[in-house]
Design a protein around this ligand. Structure first.
Ligand code: NAD
Ligand code: UPG
Length: 708
């Protein structure tokens, strides 16, 4: 119980350890002590009982003190048995217990002399002690993990367990079930113990096994008292700090905000300052509501803001004091000039670089977080070299970000890998090592990959291109499924079971959206063209072309099913974000659907649970349709959006669309009532039974035959 005590004291969280264990051991041993008076057994065993009572009282006192901080108060009453707030209340109960047993013992010793009463006291002690595993078993069974048991108690290999936790977290994240590793590393170790124990008793892990990581875990770890070092960081002979204590991030967007908030959360010893030129964005980061919607982000920011995480527009000061600077500004596709519509616009990268060099009076490590064309680091270095103050040096690293929106926090807390590219020089290696050390605070070392600069830059574009290529491949097959009668979900499952292919990222749909895939592939295509590799450029261009085809193919399907005209028909668009669990609408396929339907004179009512109406209006206005937004109604209630509609079109896979009351919706619609599922989330059989005419991407009408 000493490791148990130490764990609880360090994490200030009893985790899954049940205080009922203390109750059982104290009461059983009190009975044993009295049993000794009645039937004197060996003195050593009596000593053991006394020591156990003392040890459990010490442990209980700590648990009671810690748990009061983490949960609502519970009054001293029987219905709250052994969950009371104060240690004195437990002592009062135990006093009463001792008094009762003492009375029985004295009466038996002096008056009754019954062997039965003697044996009953001893037997009761044994019976109570034999239930020892029950409370812990119950609490671990409820949590589906053995959190609360110290790893020493159950003897697990923590390295191995950490890897298992990683794999499970990743698996759940890819299953789109949001997982928050909101626990401090120390407490997470308790969770790990549970996973290994589960393996030990050879229970096969279920894919949906709960990783016992409650989202709200009470006080932040890395306590508020932890000082933020003000002294200069340690430097190497190359003049670059190896232990970073102050980090700045330029760009408080979808990447900069969450990434650096997680760094601050996981590294309480590092001061993280996020800067942006947008005064409004910084105001929202400081005052809320946060400028971006990302599950779990509020909790992370809430834990660190004002402690070691700061948001400011004072760019110069933040750069000046930082030892390492992430550049996380936007790199959109160029809209005019050379490479318009294809090449990445690097004006924000250049502006940020010039801001850095102007404000720097000491050596700094610059980290490219933004997605950039291969060899951008060279341009950054050249600008820095030509403008730096005397005796000020820079190192440039490439550290692309692989988070996906909607699961950003889980992705950042348990990344598949961290990629760090750097120069192959002693100073370059030192700079890489400094960044490796930051990530090592929560990412296993073997998942941190170091490469040369250009490999790292290109790997980011390559990863996105290959992910998007999978979606375009499955979407191409979905057209074939509709033509042949095959079912794309069944095909994708069958194909994905091949371990060489794997099951992830094979969901057919209305086409991929988001700020990255489209722009990054075009960026890659432009790079190939500029390097005189037209065949390679053509190959990747097909991924984007097929995506455009898929979006318009879906709209054609809608129009042809609605008797080749949607003029003045009311169509409900369900979902406007580019994917679920985000409010981001950049490159959302919903906008293409809206655009095409407006071109056909349809009346659209749009509903999205997260995207703001202002954002939708801004996006739709950018289409510059002759009627503007007059054919659009924006709804805050999904049932209102569907009322009197001729058709529903699912554009985003929000979970709530799976459980709507479709009978009620059907009754409120014009007939025949159509549903077009662009995300393959609805049950066609159930909907057809209600009366809907259902069209789903990659699925054709069921086979008809006289034989049932
Ligand atoms: N969004 C994603 O999911 C994602 C994932 C991985 C990588 N990326 C890449 O990360 C980069 C950033 O993407 P994002 O989605 O966070 O963009 P974003 O538009 O949300 O944020 C960029 C921020 O940078 C600020 N900015 C621009 N120039 C600045 C300057 N000179 N000084 C201070 N602030 C400045 C902007 O005001 C904006 O707030 C892009 O290169 C993108 O391709 C994005
Ligand atoms: O099987 C799938 C998976 C995704 N999508 C669609 O693809 C788009 C992109 O989805 P996702 O990749 O999950 O989100 P992003 O936030 O765009 O993340 C991608 O782009 C980021 C920016 O570069 C990278 O960091 C991530 O690794 C990469 O997944 C969305 O419209 C999804 O609906 C599908 O249609 N089918």
């Amino acid at each position: 119980y000493i490791p148990q005590y130490m764990n609880i004291r360090t994490s200030q969280d009893p985790g899954g350890f049940s205080p009922l264990v203390c109750f059982i051991l104290i009461s059983a041993n009190i009975l044993r002590v009295f049993f000794w008076f009645l039937k004197g057994f060996e003195l050593t065993l009596l000593c053991q009982s006394v020591m156990m009572i003392a040890a459990q009282l010490v442990l209980l006192e700590l648990i009671v003190r810690v748990q009061l901080k983490n949960r609502p108060s519970k009054r001293f009453a029987m219905e709250n048995f052994w969950q009371w707030d104060y240690f004195g209340e437990y002592l009062a109960f135990l006093g009463l217990f001792v008094f009762s047993i003492a009375t029985v013992t004295i009466l038996n010793k002096l008056i009754f002399g019954s062997v039965w009463i003697t044996e009953a006291v001893g037997g009761l002690a044994l019976m109570i002690e034999s239930t020892l595993a029950m409370p812990q078993f119950y609490s671990n069974w409820k949590a589906k993990a053995t959190g609360g048991l110290s790893s020493q108690l159950i003897d697990v290999d923590e390295e191995e367990a950490l890897e298992e936790l990683y794999v499970m977290t990743r698996r759940r994240a890819t299953m789109d079930e949001h997982v928050l590793l909101a626990k401090p590393p120390e407490a997470a170790k308790n969770t790990l113990a549970g996973i290994s124990l589960t393996n030990k008793i050879k229970v096969k892990l279920k894919p949906d096994l709960e990783v016992a990581v409650p989202q709200n875990i009470g006080p932040p770890y890395g306590s508020l008292e932890m000082p933020i070092p003000t002294n200069a960081a340690e430097s190497t002979s190359n003049g670059f700090p190896t232990h970073i204590t102050k980090v700045c991030c330029i760009g408080a967007g979808y990447v900069g905000g969450p990434t650096c908030a997680v760094i601050a959360d996981r590294c309480p010893h590092i001061k993280v300052t996020i800067v942006d030129i947008s005064v409004e964005r910084i105001r929202l980061w400081n005052e809320g509501p946060l400028p971006i919607y990302e599950p779990g982000l509020e909790e992370v920011v809430g834990r660190c803001r004002g402690r070691n995480l700061f948001f400011t527009t004072d760019v110069t000061r933040a750069i000046e004091e930082a030892e390492l600077i992430f550049v996380s500004v936007n790199t959109p596709t160029k809209t005019s000039g050379l490479g318009a519509g294809m090449a990445a616009d690097l004006k924000y990268i250049e502006a940020a670089t010039r801001m850095i060099v102007d404000a720097s009076t000491s050596n700094k490590i610059i980290v490219e977080k933004s997605t950039v064309p291969c060899r951008t680091a060279q341009s950054i270095l050249t600008i820095l070299e030509n403008n730096c103050r005397p005796n000020v040096c820079f190192q440039v690293l490439s550290n692309p970000e692989f988070l996906a929106e909607g699961t950003a926090i889980a992705d950042l807390q348990a990344p598949d890998r961290i990629l760090i590219g750097g120069m192959n020089s002693p100073a370059g290696k030192d700079a890489q090592e400094a960044l490796v050390k930051i990530y090592s605070n929560w990412v296993p070392r073997k998942r941190i990959i170091t490469t040369n600069l250009w490999s790292s830059e290109l790997s980011k574009l390559a990863a996105n291109a290959m992910l998007a290529q999978r979606i375009s491949s499955v979407n191409a097959l979905s057209a074939l499924c509709e033509a042949t009668g095959a079912d794309i979900d069944e095909v994708a499952t069958a194909v994905g079971w091949d371990t060489r292919i794997g099951p992830n990222f094979l969901k057919a749909g209305v086409g991929f959206g988001g700020s990255c895939f489209h722009k990054d592939i075009l960026n890659l295509v432009y790079l190939c063209e500029s390097l005189n590799l037209p065949e390679v450029a053509h190959y990747w261009k097909q991924v984007v072309d097929l995506n455009e085809y898929q979006k318009t193919r879906f709209v054609r399907k809608i129009i042809s099913n609605l008797f080749h005209t949607v003029s003045n028909k009311r169509i409900a668009i369900l979902g406007f974000a580019f994917k679920k669990n985000t409010g981001d609408t950049r490159e959302t396929p919903a906008l293409t659907v809206v655009d095409c339907l407006l071109a056909e004179d349809a009346q659209l009512s749009i509903y999205d649970p997260v995207v703001s109406h202002e954002q939708m209006l801004e996006d739709i206005s950018s289409l510059r349709r002759p009627n503007g937004t007059s054919n659009i109604t924006l709804n805050t209630d999904v049932y209102e959006a569907c009322k009197e509609a001729d058709a529903l079109v699912v554009c985003t896979e929000w979970d709530q669309f799976k459980t709507l009351d479709y009978k009620r919706i059907y009754q409120s619609m014009r007939k025949p009532a159509f549903i077009f599922d662009g995300r393959l989330i609805l049950d066609p059989i159930e909907l057809r039974q209600i009366g809907f005419s259902v069209e789903i991407i990659g699925k054709s009408q069921p086979i008809t035959s006289a034989w049932k």
